[in-house]
Every structure is written in structure tokens, then in C-alpha cells.
Write a protein that binds this ligand. Structure first.
Ligand code: CMP
Length: 139
């Protein structure tokens, strides 16, 4: 099903470093409209549910600990071709491999503390957005 929405989280490393404003500026300047946003903190259990798809991976435990280590900014974003264009804007998962000028190349510190999350499909964008936001919180 086609959608013009994607889901992101500004992760604890970027939020703690005071980079949320600069990252949101890049996102808006790239043409994304913020449909929903909030500041919140995940428990390790809730982080585990969000990243359940990775539960067999070796980094799952560390990822859940990291994602619950500080505040995050989850957000739903809207733009034509949102999922693909947002993944271009943020760059590769590993910041060492991220193209210059991408959000991860500028702000990420490691493959785990990689500044932002971006949905990998329209289907996951819808699931991930619903994880954090009710319909009444989207404008
Ligand atoms: P994200 O796009 O949020 O989706 C899954 C996350 O797992 C990813 O960003 C990274 O933060 C993390 N991740 C992926 N691969 C690794 C890895 N090899 N080691 C540690 N963390 C990883």
C-alpha cells in the first residue's frame, strides 16, 4: 500500500548532545512535514518490543539498553516518496559508510548510536508510527 509517511526517532545520543533542533531543521528543509512528534523515554521492555524484529541478532540486548538510556524524539513525517527519501537523507546505518552530508554522517557516533531511526518500508512506517501515536495526535 502506498503511503507518503515515514517514521523516525531521534535517538538518545543525538537528543543528549542537543542535536534534535539541527536534525529537525535538516528534515524540514528536505521537504518533510512533521505530522506528529513528542519527547519521551522508552523502558528497556518497550524498546525490546519496538525492535522485536531484531531479537535474534547479537546486538539486540545492547540496542534495547541503549535505546532506553535517554530521551528520544519519535516523529511521523510526510512527503512524497517519504520512506525512500528519508533513508537517503539519513544515510547508511553505519555512519562510517554514510554519504557525506547525510544526518548520520554529520551526527552519528557509532553503528548503534546512529542519531536517527528511519522506517525501511511503508508497512513498517505505519506499524512504527502507530507504536507511538494515536490518530488524534497526528495533524
Ligand atoms: P535502526 O535504523 O534504528 O534499526 C535497527 C538498529 O539496530 C540500527 O538502527 C542500529 O542502531 C542498530 N544496529 C544495527 N546493526 C548493528 C550492529 N551491527 N551493531 C550494533 N547495533 C546495530
Amino acid at each position: 500500500m502506498a503511503t507518503n509517511r515515514t517514521f523516525t526517532m531521534i535517538k538518545p545520543d543525538a537528543a543528549n548532545a542537543g542535536n534534535a533542533g539541527a536534525i529537525l531543521k535538516m528534515i524540514e528543509e528536505a521537504g518533510f512535514r512533521i505530522v506528529a512528534i513528542k519527547k519521551t523515554k522508552l523502558s528497556a521492555e518497550t524498546a525490546g518490543k519496538f525492535y522485536e524484529v531484531h531479537k535474534e541478532r547479537g546486538f539486540y540486548g545492547e540496542l534495547c539498553a541503549y535505546m532506553s538510556s535517554g530521551a528520544i524524539f519519535p516523529a511521523i513525517l510526510e512527503k512524497e516518496n517519504a520512506v525512500e527519501d528519508f533513508r537517503k537523507l539519513i544515510g547508511a546505518t553505519d555512519p562510517k559508510k554514510a554519504e557525506a552530508g547525510t544526518i548520520r554522517a554529520i551526527f552519528a557516533t557509532s553503528i548503534e548510536a546512529n542519531a536517527v531511526h528511519g522506517s525501511d518500508s511503508d508497512e513498517n512506517a505505519a506499524i512504527e508510527g502507530a507504536f507511538f501515536f494515536a490518530e488524534t495526535e497526528r495533524f
